[in-house]
Design a protein around this ligand. Structure first.
Ligand code: IPE
Ligand code: IPE
Ligand code: MG
Ligand code: MG
Ligand code: MG
Length: 326
């Protein structure tokens, strides 16, 4: 069996080898392009790592792991249309490099390819894996719709925000981990705890994504910073600022929300909003919340009935997410 350090490399190799037709090229080229521009591959790495942690050959989980990564990539193609994003993984987004229709349809084909791979497991594990995946995929759609709805509403509570990010981001991370556990025949209780570990880690992960969208180093982050502010996303930063703002800052936030077209106006919208976040020390509050969800995740990992030595890899992976810049 190869060692865990190789998981990411093996996933890259398998993604390149993926069986895809060539015709029509307008459908398949964007898929090859998108799968070829990198990404952290954290979701399939989690699937393989969980499978190994529970004592089973991780390569038995490779097909669903790849399927889950391709599902994630499909959501990004559509998300970049919805969010008007021009840059992803430091490369041009598909809807701009080709066009919107192509990004929709290539994304759809990726979803189907993902399902094919996820369902390519031994028959004994197929039903629980498909049940978990389909439940998760529906929740991701719900989360994405809430994310879009919130663009037009300034009165969003922290609970509503956590519910939205749990659905759009965390459930998939939980699903990736639990899929590995299912293949390894983990107990019902261990499955539940690895899922909860993923759910809480996923919330911390999205909090950090919100932070990086406003404060990240663009060359490292690979996405255009300030995009969330321009789209009026109700991120943790924005809603905490709105909650704590003085009457005049609240008025400013209300005024800043809404479409601006000129580039000059866009950078002013970003800098004025960041000024308010900074004045209220919102980034510190975000880091505090991130830490809390990270700790909750660790509590679930602690309960899992495996020797500590088996949990080391997954702990290191989680730590690397906590300090990430991309
Ligand atoms: C981006 O996910 C979408 C979010 C849920 C924040 P990642 O940050 O895992 O993106 P890649 O796959 O590494 O590019
Ligand atoms: C993405 O949330 C969640 C999904 C794609 C389902 P974001 O819109 O914050 O992700 P990025 O920042 O574009 O990667
Ligand atoms: Mg989005
Ligand atoms: Mg986005
Ligand atoms: Mg984001």
């Amino acid at each position: 069996m190869q060692k865990h350090g190789n998981f990411r490399g093996r996933i890259e190799e398998e993604l390149i080898k993926l069986q895809l037709n060539d015709y029509p090229p307008e459908l398949y080229e964007p898929i090859r392009y998108f799968l070829g521009i990198g990404g952290k591959r954290i979701r399939p790495v989690f699937t393989l790592t969980a499978c190994e942690m529970f004592g089973t050959d991780p390569w038995l989980a490779m097909n669903p792991a790849l399927g889950l990564e391709i599902f994630h990539n499909f959501t990004l193609l559509h998300d970049d249309i919805m969010d008007n994003a021009s840059l992803r993984r430091s490369s041009q987004t598909v809807h701009l490099k080709w066009n919107r229709d192509i990004a929709i349809l290539s994304g759809d084909a990726m979803f189907v390819k993902a399902f094919q791979l996820i369902s390519s497991v031994d028959p004994g594990h197929m039903k629980p894996i498909i049940d978990l995946f389909t439940k998760t995929a529906i929740e991701v759609c719900e989360g994405q719709q809430l994310d879009m709805n919130f663009e037009h509403c300034n009165h969003i509570s922290t609970d509503q925000y956590i519910d939205m990010i749990s659905k759009k981001t965390s459930v998939l991370i939980g699903c990736c981990l639990e899929t590995g556990a299912i293949i390894a025949n983990a107990s019902v209780s261990d499955r539940e705890h690895i899922y909860r570990f993923g759910l809480n880690l996923g919330i911390a992960f999205q909090l950090r994504d919100d932070y990086l969208d406003a404060y990240g180093i663009p060359e490292k982050f690979g996405k255009k910073t300030g995009g969330d502010i321009l789209s009026d996303k109700k991120t943790f930063l924005w809603l905490k600022a709105y909650e704590q703002a003085s009457a005049s800052d609240r008025k400013n936030l209300d005024r800043l929300a809404g479409n601006v077209s000129e580039e000059q106006e866009q950078s002013k919208k970003i800098s004025d909003t960041l000024d308010i976040f900074n004045r209220l020390k919102i980034p510190d509050q975000l880091k505090e919340a991130e830490h809390q969800y990270f700790s909750l995740a660790m509590q679930h990992l602690d309960i899992i009935d495996q020797p500590e030595t088996k949990k080391t890899v997954i702990r290191k992976l989680a730590d690397s997410l906590f300090t990430r810049e991309a």
